[in-house]
Design a protein around this ligand. Sequence first.
Ligand code: BDR
Ligand code: CA
Length: 328
Amino acid sequence: MAINNYFSWREISIKQKIIIDTDPGIDDTMAIFLALNSPEIEVLGLTTVYGNTSTDQGTKNALRILEIASRTDIPVYSGAAQPLETEYTGKGEFVHGHDGQGNTNLEDPVTRAATGSAVDFLEKTIKENPGEVTLVPIGPLTNIGELFIKNPNIGKDIKEIILMGGNALVQGNATPTAEANIRNDPEAADIVFSADCEISMVGLDVTNQVFMNKETINKIVNFDNPASKHLKKIFPFYVRFLSKFFNKEGMPTHDSSAIAYLIDRTLFKTLQYPIVVETAGISRGKTWMGTGMDKTNNNPWENRRRVNICTEVNVEKVIDLIVERIGS
Ligand code: BDR
Ligand code: CA
């Protein structure tokens, strides 16, 4: 595996321990491969959630992805099948196929999910590694919301939550106001944003900017390794849908941008404001920044920690990083 020049050997030797909470999902798949191919990162486990596909299908996909990457040593825990207060709609299948993998009908995995719940695994792993584990949710935030419901003080032991989701200064993608992961479970997302821990939001403000054109996609899917070969099968469905949505050929880079932020946050610029998630009306799922202008009582952002909200990104370098790592 090639090690790029972002980090010295010493920094690489102190790997960042992460758990990826995922709804795999075509772009989730690339993000998982990216994390697995990055020497700065140690993936402690995958937890699954509904979203791009059902939780059962997503769990199968997660296992299959790890088999393709020859990393079946990493456990997969199946998580929430429904949002906290509403029902899973299955709408993500328009974008990711009925199997969450672009209708490629993968063989069933030979490995099995670990026994026990995703939330118990998250809690146990965080407690065993206090202050060391970064959670990287790249799907709806139901599992993470449930973790805080179960253990409201767990935030002090979490190193950071780096989540793909939300839209601060740009419009949504699931609705004009809301991004898909947050829109799938705004109640859970609001619990997460009210937590007492470091949170970074890698949302549509930057992930839509990291737009991969046809040339970049061709590079990513033509390496001679199993990850690249798998992406070659699953990308066409996603690219067809998103090209129509964006009216140009290619696709935005949502989930992999969260992994890129984890690897090198100098590639991003952030604003620091607390976030409240709207749970009612036409802006249900909108991540509203509290800019400190509201000095009235009952300010909804009061007592919330500031979130690192990504608003600018070095597009070229993020894309170079992803291409290099998928090729390694
Ligand atoms: C997010 O929604 C899902 O479709 C993608 O996997 C990504 O996590 C983008 O809004
Ligand atoms: Ca996702």
